[in-house]
Write a new protein. Structure first.
Length: 82
């Protein structure tokens, strides 16, 4: 979800996403490929770099809505609904 949330602010180069995630490039590329095949992301190659963006601009609204639905976790690691 970190990648999708980051892309809500606009397209990013795969190298920027790799730094953000903190994983090796092959792992990040695999995740991006899965998200692209699922229809969540689009990509565009420019020179040696590949830029990713959200395929649907309303995805950001959906993710923010999900954040509101997830119960907060208190300091002891349990949600309010347990």
């Amino acid at each position: 979800m970190l990648i999708a949330e980051t892309l809500m602010s606009g397209e990013k180069c795969v190298c920027d996403l790799q730094v953000l995630v903190g994983a090796d490039m092959s792992t990040v590329s695999k995740h991006l490929t899965l998200m692209r095949k699922a229809g969540v992301l689009t990509c565009e190659k420019r020179g040696l770099n590949i830029y990713y963006s959200l395929a649907c601009t309303c995805l950001g609204t959906f993710l923010r809505c999900l954040d509101e639905l997830v119960p907060e976790v208190d300091a002891c690691g349990t949600s309010c609904c347990d």
